[in-house]
Design a protein around this ligand. Structure first.
Ligand SMILES: [Zn+2]
Length: 578
């Protein structure tokens, strides 16, 4: 059964496989064989049949050519055995005993293999005769020599039992939970040796599971995941590739974007993508001017992915480095390029509604502003997940986070600091982006008629009721007053009337006469202001008797109205001209 995380491991294995194929490195064994660098080799030739009958056929001597792989050499510890019975000869007696017979002893203790056991017995029984012949062969040599075996005329590299034992010894650490003759969870093939527990990632072996937004359970995800040795090699290579080419920083975290093949036909596309990531030469980018991501100000794979069809998907893995370990915070599985493309369109739409061309590109840093690092990480990542998965959230979830930040900057606003204005704009951008991305449901559009219809259509996706619209417009009217105050007095003392943006329904309703009174005091209660005030009163009157709005939500709409007062002004000014 598929579990969370399985797709991720498959994706990494797939990448590793492609990378290894590109390198032309055939098998897993090939990558592990070492070049002994000796000029000659003596070979003990044996013949073995299926029933486990073995005979010694004699010894051979040969010069080593460039094909060193056939000897299946890989050095082990100096006092122990190598990974195959091929060894560099120190003295023939010692090497034969320690590295050749010693190897068989080690292997037959660990693996049950009748042919290897039979050869071991043969080598012990015929020891003196074999050594005698080896000494004779070696006396012809002046140079250093290896000792190895041939079975049925084949070198060790071509003999299945020796290859198996070689891999078994190399992967011994992982073999504790290995099983024979099991189906590999990645390639689906029945293999001689399958490892039950994978220890490929540093972050696999965490004792404490972190808060995991997507219900990702590390312990469960990686346990009892049988993998064959060649798939293990693919995973290791894939991990290396992913760590060096697909790892990005993300506001105190980091993330991997891992492309995954969804249909076999996507293989060429994945090939091409990996090639691009490796050398960067081949230009496969269509959206040249939109290389940025919406994740951060840096480019990542998402910019490229928006141009792809859905033959690939993405696995997004978010991590936090804690000392030397990496903790998995969030795994988002199978994000399609079509979704990435939607998010880029949402980014673009948001920017064009709120900012000038090329000014302030939207990214998740806007969102991070309201979810402080180390305090609200969990909520921040939740929103990120919901964005990719297109799951709904409501504005009442966001309002407390927005208002905490906006209130913190509000008093400095009176003194002329712009942080409040900039942050309100960022909050608006987040709301618009999430609406475009289908996370915040737009409710306002059908409810509005009249001269503000267009405004609410563009910016008022959350303003579906008369009270919300009234609060928004009152925010705009209040901002007009503040601007006039700033102009006439060089300061904005009326800010004090706004109760640090903790106004409730009663305070909001009481604010309208105060704003009108102040405008009159400045002899600035123009026709446009009057029209706006009338609209607000009208909306108050048609609102429900009880608003059922939280203080945070209410003040957020008010702040949004303040921030967009220039848009409201355009509408009432146009009206005046007519
Ligand atoms: Zn496999």
């Amino acid at each position: 059964m598929m579990q969370r995380g399985d797709r991720l491991i498959e994706a990494i294995a797939q990448i590793g496989k492609i990378v290894l194929e590109k390198q032309g490195e055939g098998s897993v064994v090939d990558q592990l064989v070492e070049n002994p660098g000796y000029p000659a080799c003596v070979l003990v030739a044996v013949r073995a049949d299926e029933e486990g009958n073995v005979v010694w056929e004699g010894c051979e001597i040969e010069e080593c050519g460039s094909d060193y792989k056939k000897y299946l050499f890989r050095s082990g510890s100096s006092r122990g055995t190598n990974y195959s019975p091929t060894a560099k000869i120190t003295t023939i007696e010692n090497t034969y005993e320690q590295k050749v017979i010693g190897w068989f002893r080690t292997v037959t203790r660990k693996m049950d293999h009748p042919v290897l056991r039979a050869i071991e017995q043969l080598l012990v029984q015929k020891k003196e005769a074999i050594l005698q012949e080896l000494r004779e062969k070696l006396s012809l040599l002046t140079d250093r020599s290896l000792i190895s075996l041939k079975m049925n005329g084949s070198y060790l590299y071509d003999c299945e039992p020796f290859r198996d034992a070689f891999l078994h010894l190399v992967h011994e650490k992982d073999m504790e939970l290995s099983a024979r003759d099991q189906v590999c969870a990645i390639c689906g093939e029945r293999k001689d040796t399958v490892i039950g527990k994978l220890s490929v990632f540093r972050f696999y072996t965490l004792d404490k599971p972190g808060f995991i937004t997507g219900g990702f359970d590390e312990a469960k995800a990686w346990r009892n995941y049988p993998v064959c040795l060649s798939c293990k090699a693919h995973i290791e290579e894939g991990r290396k590739f992913v760590e060096s080419h697909l790892h990005y920083r993300f506001y105190g975290f980091s993330y991997f974007v891992i492309p995954t093949l969804l249909i076999p036909a996507g293989k060429d596309v994945l090939d091409e993508l990996l090639q691009y990531l490796t050398d960067g030469k081949k230009d496969i980018r269509v959206h040249q001017e939109q290389a940025d991501s919406f994740m951060t100000t840096e480019e990542d794979l998402l910019g490229l992915m928006q141009d792809y069809d859905n033959s690939l998907s993405l696995q997004l893995l978010f991590l936090q480095k804690i000392q030397s370990a990496e903790r998995i915070l969030l795994l988002i599985e199978d994000v399609l390029p079509s979704r990435i493309s939607e998010l880029f369109q949402a980014k673009k739409a948001t920017e064009s509604l709120l900012y000038r061309e090329g000014d302030h590109p939207f990214h998740f840093g806007f969102l991070r502003t309201f979810f402080r690092s180390g305090v609200y990480d969990k909520y921040f990542l939740q929103v990120v997940e919901y964005v990719f998965q297109k799951k709904p959230l409501s504005i009442s979830f966001f309002a407390p986070f927005f208002m905490e930040q906006l209130r913190a900057d509000f008093y400095d606003y009176e003194a002329g600091d712009w942080s409040f204005v900039n942050k309100t704009r960022q909050a608006l951008a987040v709301v618009l982006f999430l609406e475009q991305a289908g996370v915040l449901v737009r409710k306002g559009e059908k409810a509005v008629q009249g001269k503000f219809a267009q405004l609410f259509d563009a910016y008022g996706g959350q303003l579906e009721s008369p009270e919300k619209q009234a609060v928004f417009l009152l925010g705009a009217l209040t901002q007009m007053l503040l601007d006039i105050q700033q102009q006439k007095r060089g300061s904005k003392p009326f800010v004090k009337q706004l109760m640090g943006l903790k106004m409730d329904e009663k305070a909001i309703k009481g604010l309208l006469p105060k704003v009108i009174g102040k405008l009159e005091e400045y002899e600035s209660y123009y026709a446009s202001h009057r029209q706006l005030a009338e609209e607000i009163s009208h909306l108050f009157l048609s609102s429900s008797p009880s608003w059922k709005l939280s203080v945070d939500e209410l003040n957020f709409y008010f702040a949004c109205g303040m921030n967009l007062s220039w848009k409201v002004k355009e509408i009432v000014a146009n009206k005046e001209e007519k």
